[in-house]
Design a protein around this ligand. Structure first.
Ligand SMILES: Nc1nc2c(c(=O)[nH]1)N[C@H]1C(S)=C(S)[C@@H](COP(=O)(O)O)O[C@H]1N2
Ligand SMILES: [Mo]
Length: 323
């Protein structure tokens, strides 16, 4: 394991996987806590392959070019003049592993990418829409995905202008797709005729980057000692745009599974919280596990897989001591 300079501030995707934030939390230990359903801006995970771009809004422009009928250069004011759309979307880094610390949920506000693409008009032959950024980063979406009415060119995060560390002045937010494609510090949108490979794809990371179904126990924490005979196990599950249909808990290391109670769904694009009131039969050591079933009725992958190249999978387990 290598820790790059600045790792305490900015997580990066190591070529073979894990975001450094997770590594550090593992080293330092972290008290168990229930995360808030809406992540505050100053508690939101930060990932960037370099340091965040420092963009001056007075000189910033957004260029829409390539296979479009009427190329457009927009100022910040031009962007703010378009209809504002707000969506609650969970953002998850492709490097988010079982530690589950590179994930957060915000209400993002901005202009639908579809609105802008309709405005400039598509020429024939478009395959991908490429997003380029002030820090030299780029990624893309298939044109058909970009034209669905759920991709935002966002300029607000939880009601305030995007913080510098989260893409100021504008970024892409695309529900159901890992964070790599949520290009921050956006400067250019280009419609191209090829299947474009972005910064992380050139290093072997997934191009479709569709979010896998996962679930996580926030409470109790791993290795914690708790008091019986009653305890409410809590956590979240997330399946991108597929939604969560069911969450199941095992308190005997996976032999039997019990249905957890789902909290109301925040948005079709967000994580879902759950709780399981556990009646503990006797003091002792227990292995607690969680698994989720998505809105299409599919059980999450039980196969333990690291984040590289297309997102981690496997069952989250915590061991507790009940007194
Ligand atoms: N311009 C730019 N955009 C970027 C990145 C980057 O390094 N540069 N990192 C991506 C990755 S890997 C993730 S997980 C998200 C993280 O967004 P956040 O820092 O707001 O949580 O931004 C994405 N967009
Ligand atoms: Mo990421």
């Amino acid at each position: 394991m290598k820790l790059a300079a600045g790792a305490a501030v900015f997580g990066v995707l190591a070529p073979q996987g894990q975001a450094l934030g997770g590594v550090l939390d593992g080293l330092l230990g972290k008290p168990a806590r229930l995360r808030p359903a809406m992540t505050p801006n100053d508690g939101f995970y930060v990932t960037s392959y370099r340091s965040p771009a420092d963009v001056r809004v007075e000189s910033w422009t957004l260029l829409i070019s390539g296979l479009v009928s009427r190329p457009l250069t927009m100022t910040y004011q031009d962007l703010l003049a378009r209809p504002l759309v707000k969506q609650i979307v969970t953002l998850e880094c492709v490097g988010n592993g079982l530690a589950a610390d590179s994930i957060g949920t915000a209400e993002w506000g901005g202009v639908l990418l579809k609105t802008l693409l309709d405005e400039v008009g598509m020429k024939d032959g478009g395959v991908d829409v490429v997003f380029r950024a002030a820090d030299g980063y780029s990624d893309s979406l298939p044109l058909s995905r970009a034209l669905q009415g759920d991709v935002l060119v966002a300029y607000q995060m939880n009601g305030v202008p995007l913080p510098r560390g989260h893409g100021f002045p504008a970024r892409i937010i695309v529900p159901g797709i890992y964070g790599i494609k949520h290009v921050q510090w956006l400067t250019e949108i280009e419609v191209v005729s090829e299947d474009y490979r972005g910064y992380y794809q050139r290093q072997g990371w997934s191009d479709h980057a569709e979010i896998k179904t996962s679930s996580h126990i926030d409470l109790p924490g791993h290795g914690e000692s708790i008091k019986g005979p009653n305890y409410v196990i809590q956590g979240y599950a997330f399946a991108g745009t597929r939604g969560i249909a069911q969450v199941e808990i095992s308190t005997d290391g996976g032999a039997r599974w019990h249905e957890a109670r789902l909290r109301p769904q925040l948005s079709p694009y967000a994580w879902r919280f759950w709780e399981y009131p556990w009646s503990i039969p006797a003091p002792g050591r227990y292995a607690l596990q969680v698994r989720a079933i998505d809105g299409a009725g599919r059980l999450q992958s039980l196969l333990e897989q690291e984040a590289f190249p297309d997102g981690a999978s496997g069952i989250h387990e915590v061991t507790v001591e009940v007194t």
